[in-house]
Design a protein around this ligand. Structure first.
Ligand SMILES: Nc1ncnc2c1ncn2[C@@H]1O[C@H](COP(=O)(O)OP(=O)(O)OP(=O)(O)O)[C@@H](O)[C@H]1O
Ligand SMILES: [Mg+2]
Length: 549
């Protein structure tokens, strides 16, 4: 595992209080910039479809092979505060739009690198920050100008967006199929809220299964619950399922206090037990009377209830997670009921099939064939565990970009086209601003070209030649969509090549990169309480602070 830390070597440190360290001015800035740059450098080689992958090994020896910016930074233990801020950018980018994490981090690193040159020329950080702020506004405007509207019924475009996002993931041949699954899934759960369309991809479950091939991955119009039927005597498959959803336990409530009942007469004992049996039986009868043949319970179902449910030919599952209960309700159209007495026929959800199936080594309950489900599941198959994990990340990115496009309706050309266009506009704009800020805006215009430059470098192309060609292509009328097609190694119209991305991904990447670069630049004093030195170990375990040496 990589471990990035501040070194105190040769650094003037003023001790303020025991256990506190401090670095100021240029020194603090240099350290911060250096840490941020290192993170940017780490991710650089993974950018684009011809980028390399990283192999990450955690302390337990588990291996992850990935190309995903957010996943890489998640695994690297970053100790440096400015480095941590870079990790934050990736997280924010991932949470907000789901793709473009590498772009955001690489750009932030480059903005800081260019800022360092300006600092060397004695340009004050405040000037750089305000220049960057003007530049990012202009950049956002420029990106806005070159977007194209999308008709969300235009499946071909959605497919291209999904394929562009998956292009860089190490998942081989099954991309087209996964792209189609992603589009179907998002289209199924999209909702109209007033004027807006909302596609919340939390309503799409991704379930992984080892074995078979990626190409056999499938969309389930319903939900997969990682549980099995409570009783072995229950049917494994129920067609035309009518599903009860309850979040109360199916058992006789125990009193809070211990109590004793003395029964002296053996016949009374039987009567007592019979009474309990009767109560449980009555509960099950009520459930059955609603017409249901499947039951999902968020709480427990006791042995006796299991027995009766099985006898009634029902399939029941207990201790279902609350989030899964909600998904079941969304998928089947049922209502979750808290009091057994309130369960009515109208509360039941419907599904074509409810079946217990084996997925890898586990048994899971598939609820599928739902009519117009508001929650769906994707079952990803792959031969190797590492392959499934990367496929899951690729699927996450594809779902994100498809939902971004459906929600905002706008796309931009990829392959560095946006970045070159922004660079061009900024160079023009800089001369208008003038003064020292001009230098900062020019620095920004150079920094943003790191994206096409890196895409070219990662494809083994001569990046300087590519940039020169791209710039001249963009100087021509209607050249805004010209980018580098890394597979052909040629400068081409990216819209025509089908390399397209959601507008929000680009916009968010530029914004969050600038924001964190500016934040890091404004810091000129780092005062840190150093943690007491101790061997690394689990908190509270041996080696904790209480231990005496
Ligand atoms: N066929 C292609 N030719 C040229 N560039 C491409 C092609 N496909 C994708 N790209 C570009 O690759 C870049 C995306 O690369 P990548 O997916 O590795 O990083 P990211 O999206 O920034 O981060 P992450 O996917 O790790 O969150 C975008 O600039 C995109 O336009
Ligand atoms: Mg990507």
């Amino acid at each position: 595992m990589a471990y990035l830390t501040t070194t105190a070597a040769g650094q003037p440190v003023l001790i303020l209080k025991e256990g506190t360290s401090r670095s100021r001015g240029r020194e603090a800035q240099r350290n911060n910039i250096m840490a941020a740059k290192v993170i940017g450098e780490v991710l650089k080689t993974t950018l684009g479809p011809r980028g390399m992958d990283k192999m990450l090994i955690d302390s337990l020896g588990d291996i992850t092979i990935t190309n995903d910016g957010a996943a890489i930074l998640d695994e690297i233990e970053v100790d440096h505060p400015a480095g941590k801020m870079m990790v934050e950018i990736a997280k924010t980018q991932d949470d907000m739009v789901g793709d473009g994490t590498t772009t955001a981090v690489v750009l932030a690193g480059e903005l800081l690198k260019k800022a360092e040159d300006l600092l060397d020329q004695n340009i004050h950080p405040t000037v750089i920050v305000s220049g960057y702020r003007k530049a990012v506004q202009k950049a956002v405007e420029t990106i806005d100008k070159i977007t194209s509207p999308v008709d969300i019924e235009d499946r071909e475009t959605l497919r291209k967006v999904a394929l562009t996002s998956m292009g860089s993931k190490a998942i081989g041949m099954a991309k087209h199929q996964l792209a189609d699954i992603a589009i179907d899934a998002v289209k199924q759960i999209v909702e109209q809220r007033g004027e807006r369309k909302v596609a919340d991809i939390d309503n799409i479950q991704i379930i992984k299964s080892e074995g078979k091939s990626l190409a056999e991955s499938q969309l389930i119009r319903g939900v997969i619950i990682d549980k099995e039927a409570v009783h072995s005597g229950m049917p494994k498959k129920i067609e035309k399922a009518k599903i009860g959803l309850i979040d109360c336990p199916l058992e006789i409530e125990k009193t809070e206090f211990d109590s004793q009942i003395r029964i002296r007469d053996p016949t009374k004992m039987k009567a007592f037990l019979d009474k309990e049996t009767q109560m449980i039986k009555e509960m099950v009868r009520k459930i059955k009377a609603t017409g249901s043949n499947v039951l999902f319970c968020q709480k427990g179902i006791d042995d006796l209830a299991q027995h009766f449910l099985a006898k009634e030919g029902m399939l029941a599952v207990r201790r279902v997670k609350q989030s899964d209960m909600e998904k079941l309700a969304r998928a089947t159209g049922g209502t979750i009921v808290s009091e057994l007495d309130d369960l009515m026929a109208k509360d039941l959800g419907k599904a074509g099939i409810v079946e217990e199936r084996k997925v890898g080594d586990d048994k899971m309950i598939f609820v599928e064939g739902c009519k117009d489900p508001r929650s769906v599941a994707i079952l990803i198959h792959a031969g190797l565990e590492r392959m499934i994990d990367e496929a899951e990340r690729a699927m996450h990115d594809a779902l994100s970009v498809v939902s971004d496009v459906i929600e905002t309706n706008k796309i931009v050309p990829g392959g560095g086209a946006v970045e070159v266009e922004v660079g061009k506009e900024l160079r023009r704009y800089a001369t208008k601003v003038g003064g020292r800020e001009q230098l900062a805006i020019e620095a920004f215009s150079e920094a943003i070209e790191i994206i096409p430059k890196t895409l070219a470098e990662n494809a083994g192309l001569e990046s300087i030649d590519v940039i020169v060609e791209l710039r001249s292509a963009h100087d021509k009328a209607d050249g805004y969509a010209m980018g580098i097609n890394v597979f052909e190694g040629k400068v081409k119209n990216m819209l025509e090549s089908g390399v397209i991305e959601p507008f929000v991904v680009k916009q968010q990447a530029v914004k969050s990169a600038t924001e964190s670069a500016s934040m890091i630049l404004r810091i000129d004093d780092v005062i840190a309480s150093t943690k007491p030195e101790m061997p690394r170990g689990p908190p509270g375990g041996p080696g904790g602070p209480e231990e005496e040496y």
